[in-house]
Each structure stands twice: as C-alpha cells, then as structure tokens.
Design a protein around this ligand. Structure first.
Ligand code: SF4
Length: 422
C-alpha cells in the first residue's frame, strides 16, 4: 500500500477512541510506527492499548522501550511480538505501589440520583454464580443500582448507566419476594451498590430490617466498604442482619478504592456494629497480588483478629482479582492511573481475566493461615474458585453448589441461634 492509501486507512484508524485519549507525543510515535510498518487495524489497536496501559500503570511508554532497542524490528509481526514481550515482562513482576500515586478521579455527583418505579424484579442471584466454580448460591436484592465509591476494578459500574437509581416501591417489592418457611436463605444487597453508602435514604434500611424481621430464616447481608453505620445503629435491626466489610490493605484502599473508608475506619465501624450486638462478616475480595502483599495482608488480619471477637463473626470469604471485559474497557476509557491490570494474566473457567492458579493458591493460603485463631469458630470460604483450589487451600470442597449452600446456611443459622437468640 502506498503512503496516500495508508493515509486514508490511518484516518479511519485514528478515530479509535482510545487513540484520541493518548497524549500527543504518544499519538505521534504510534502514528510513525503505523506508517513505517504498515500496521493492520488490529495491530494498531493493540499498540494503542499497550500504550494506554503503560500510561495507566505509570510505566515507561513504548517510545522509551523503542529507544532502548539495539535492533529495530524488521517487520510488523516482529514489532508486535516485541511489544507483547515487553508488556509480559512488566506484568510478570508483582506491581510496586511504593512509587505509584493514583490521581483521585472526580467524585460522582449526588444530583444524578433517581428513584424509579418499574416492573423490574429486585431479587435474583449473584451475577457471578456458576456451576463451573464452587458457589454459595448467594441471592441478591437490588435496592439501589450503581455505586459511587469508584473502585478501579469494579464491575458494578459497568452494569448500569452513570445514574444512581433507587427502587421507589422497595417495601412492596420486598414483601413479594417468595420465602418458604421450610429452608434458610442468604440475601445480600451489596451486588448492585454498596449497602451502607446511602444510609437510610428513602427509608431503605428500615424496609430491609422489616423484611429480615418478617423472615427469621433469611440471613440478610449488608455489605460495605464504608464506615457509615450510625444510621443503621439508630434503627431496630433484627439479629438475622449481618453487616459485612470488604477489606483490603491500606495500599490498595488508597490507590484503587478511591472514595471508600480507610481500613482503620472500616474496622472501627465493624467494632461499633459488633458492640451493638449484631453479627459481622468480612470479605477479602479482591485480594491483590503486589510487592509486599504478604506483610500488608498479614498486618491487616492481625489488627482485625485482635480487635474483633470471632464469636461475633459469621464468615470470612476470600476471592482473587477477576476482571470482566467491560470493566477492563471502562478502565482504559477512563484512563485513571491504576496498576490493577498490571499482573500475569490467566483466565478463569468463564474466560474472565484473573491470576494464574499458583499465585491464587499462595494468596489464599497465606491469608487463610493468618486467620488461624479464627478457624474453629468462623466459616471460611472461597468465592468464584474451582474445586482443586478449594482442596489445596481449605482442605475441603463440595460436589454441588446446593451442598455448599446448605452447609453454609446450616452453620450460620446454628451460630445465630447459639449466640444471638437472647
Ligand atoms: S461464591 Fe461468590 S460468585 Fe459464587 S454465588 Fe457466592 S458470592 Fe457469588
């Protein structure tokens, strides 16, 4: 193809939105490579994505890599192999946050809050539930759609538009959820938004408490990364409501969970809730692999196990970073500095991007061992993991999700009647 022909092809390619988001110097450099190597559309996109990722990770860009090459690639395939090798090399090391400072994005505006009356069903199942992994069959109640906490790895924000939508007829819809008195259930409101970030707006917490009170065989979980517990504690909450915190280290909280409470504030809030006589639970999800992860997770667990009595803890879950394609695309579109995508990629049974099994096993085993003083009392489980990892980490597994669900719920309700029936 001669230069004028390639010029018109390039004019089409450069409309690719990620190319437009690159700084001018990067655009020029990639443009030069496109013409020099007569890049195909796919190859051009791949280079643009690589450059975008390097910027987000605050790693040297492609031009610096190019400048240090002793021999320049002889053709476009060789060019692309070289770029892939460079990225794989960077991703093979645990990312180092010690010199990385994420720029905090703009906080989502509260004015984009809506209430809506629709026929939509508000109850369902965890969107990640699968027969390919050992799953707890978690049920969900979508009280609010969308989350303002701005975690870089979040998939919730990719399910919805950029508005926050409250369910206007929550009480009525809760009363229509079919609950049989002959079995136990575990519902959580934290799969479509943070459960406590909105406080008792629209009376939502009161309505949820009434739902739990009407169904003592339902364990209702309120899952949060905030310390927003005062409104909850001012209400009359039945003991089959468990408040759970998703915890992460100070490094990950500061760099990747932009508007959440600090780990210290989350622990303070958990202490308050436990002191008020409600059961609590903790999720280590997503566990992130980075330089110093062992020390920092152990330190966090040390604080947690010294501050909270395991008799007040119903369960602890562990899950590794797992990313769906739309969440990755969203990160690249936003371009907010993050190291979340900088890791050795593998795929889970559904093709989602996650860590290789060997890394996951070390992450989970280290964290599980750090909780040794809680093993007897607290129910530990893995989220979104396969049978072989369960056996290696926890020394047990379940043939079916139904068996996991039954064992989990029998354990939880036995604890509730033992410790919270007075
Ligand atoms: S194990 Fe995790 S992914 Fe599976 S249903 Fe439970 S919460 Fe959802």
């Amino acid at each position: 193809m001669n230069v004028p022909d390639y010029q018109s092809k390039f004019s089409e390619m450069k409309r690719y939105s990620l190319y437009q988001t690159l700084p001018e110097g990067s655009r020029e450099f990639i443009r030069g490579l496109a013409f020099q190597y007569n890049l195909t559309v796919q190859q051009f996109y791949e280079l643009v994505k690589a450059e975008r990722d390097l910027h987000m990770w605050k790693e040297p860009g492609l031009e610096q890599w190019w400048d240090h090459l002793e021999t320049k690639p002889s053709g476009r395939n060789q060019l692309l192999s070289g770029v892939r090798e460079q990225l794989e090399g960077i991703c093979s090391e645990a990312p180092d946050y010690s010199t990385f400072v994420a720029d905090t994005p703009a906080r989502p505006k509260a004015k984009s809050v809506d209430t809506r009356t629709t026929d939509r069903k508000i109850h369902g199942y965890c969107p990640a539930l699968s027969e390919e992994t050992v799953c707890c069959n978690l049920r969900t109640i979508d009280v609010v759609e969308n989350c303002p906490l701005g975690c870089s790895y979040c998939s919730i924000q990719t399910f919805y538009t950029d508005r926050f939508v409250f369910e206007e007829h929550l009480g009525e819809k809760l009363s229509r959820i079919p609950v049989s008195p002959d079995r136990y259930y575990h519902y959580c409101t934290g799969q479509s938004s943070d459960s406590l970030v909105w406080g008792n707006r629209n009376g939502n917490l009161e309505k949820l408490a009434a739902f739990a009170r009407a169904h003592p065989n339902v364990l209702l979980e309120l899952k949060t990364k905030t310390n927003n517990v005062d409104e909850l504690l001012s209400l009359d909450i039945p003991p089959n409501v468990v408040v759970s915190w998703t915890l992460n280290t100070s490094t990950i909280t500061a760099q990747e969970e932009h508007f959440t409470a600090t780990p210290q504030d989350r622990l303070n809030a958990a202490e308050k809730v436990a002191a008020a006589g409600l059961p609590v639970a903790f999720h280590f999800h997503p566990i992130i692999y980075y330089r110093n992860w062992q020390e920092e997770y152990r330190e966090l667990i040390d604080q947690l196990t010294h501050r909270i009595d395991p008799r007040q803890v119903l369960f602890v879950s562990m899950g590794a970073l797992t990313l769906i394609k739309p969440a990755i695309n969203r990160m690249r579109q936003l371009g907010i500095p993050t190291k979340i995508l900088q890791f050795p990629h593998d795929r889970d049974p559904h093709g989602k991007i996650t860590y290789p099994k060997e890394i996951k096993q070390v992450l989970f085993s280290t964290i599980y061992q750090a909780f040794h003083t809680w093993h007897e009392r607290v129910f530990f489980y893995l989220c979104m993991e396969t049978d072989d990892i369960w056996h290696k980490v926890l020394g047990r597994s379940y043939d079916t999700n139904e068996k996991f669900e039954a064992d989990f719920l029998n354990h939880l309700f036995a604890r509730l009647s033992e410790d919270y029936s007075h």
